[in-house]
Design a protein around this ligand. Structure first.
Ligand code: NAP
Length: 248
């Protein structure tokens, strides 16, 4: 089973199903019209660790790849607990963050959305790209024209002078630069999602002399970890060999 919701999860599902493996991808069901991975898909929460364990057992899952987003830490904690309790092998597939980005030292790194808001208080026209679930932390910014970009419309009401963009990556450098110019952006708020899909905004901000406030990744449970699809495939092959019954 692949715990998904990311491009890497879809790519891995595609490779494994093409190779003839029986894969089920699990999605939380948050996004209105998700990109579906090939192969079997189940949607919705499991009902905590107990529900996940029950699903793993009744569905005969042999291995779990946790390829959820770097900020989906609750799902990862549940997967780690379920793996400990059932002995089912688990690997975490997580793309590297942007801490080694050539501009990383010039950004203000903060631990969460509340700290991002405090660090960005001086912004007069902020560009908020830290995701729908973080919007609440900024909701009381009624005094400035915030540009907020999310995949799906938030359920919470936003102040009337905010502009909401609904879209999903990948985004180009030219497009990001134009958005920042069109909206006279003076500060970018993002989280350390990593990867290339949403990285162009960081270069555009740098070239336009726009400050960046970045929310660092949350602490994760300790599990086996890989950073890309090739490493995940190698880990799965090793795990398969280790659990295969031996004849001699
Ligand atoms: P989260 O806070 O870690 O998880 C909250 C609960 O949602 C989990 O306890 C679980 O419910 C359910 N859940 C999460 N991922 C699931 C999955 N792949 N399959 C089945 N149930 C799942 O997760 P989140 O941050 O809300 O993210 C939800 C989904 O969106 C994830 O699949 C993630 O990969 C994707 N995503 C998240 C972000 C982000 O910034 N957080 C960005 C892009 C994509 P139960 O306890 O009932 O099992």
């Amino acid at each position: 089973m692949i715990l998904g919701g990311t491009a890497e999860a879809r790519q891995l599902a595609s490779i494994l199903t093409t190779a003839g493996h029986d894969v089920v991808s699990s999605l939380a069901g948050r996004v209105h019209n998700p990109f579906l991975p090939p192969g079997r898909v189940r949607v919705g929460g499991f009902g905590g660790v107990d529900g996940l364990i029950s699903y793993l057992r009744t569905s005969g899952i042999s291995t779990v790849v946790d390829a959820t987003h770097p900020f989906a830490v609750q799902m990862s904690s549940h997967a780690a607990a379920a793996a400990d309790l059932t002995g089912i092998p688990l690997v975490r597939l997580e793309r590297p963050g942007w801490s080694n980005h050539s501009r990383a030292d010039s950004w203000s790194w903060v631990p969460d959305a509340a700290a991002a808001r405090a660090a960005a208080e001086r912004a007069s026209r902020p560009f908020l790209t830290s995701g729908r679930q973080s919007l609440q932390a900024f909701q009381s910014w009624v005094d400035r024209p915030v540009l907020a970009r999310v995949v799906d419309r938030p359920e919470i009401p936003l102040p009337p002078n905010w502009t909401l963009l609904t879209s999903r990556g990948p985004y180009s450098y030219a497009g990001e630069r134009q958005i920042m110019i069109d909206h006279s952006i003076d500060l970018l708020i993002t989280k350390d999602s990593g990867g290339s899909y949403t990285a162009a905004k960081l270069d555009a901000a740098h070239d336009l002399d726009i400050e960046v406030v970045i929310i660092a990744r949350p602490t994760r449970p300790k599990t086996a970890r890989v950073e890309n699809i090739e490493q995940a495939m190698a880990w799965l092959r090793r795990s398969d060999e280790a659990t295969m019954p031996r004849t001699s």
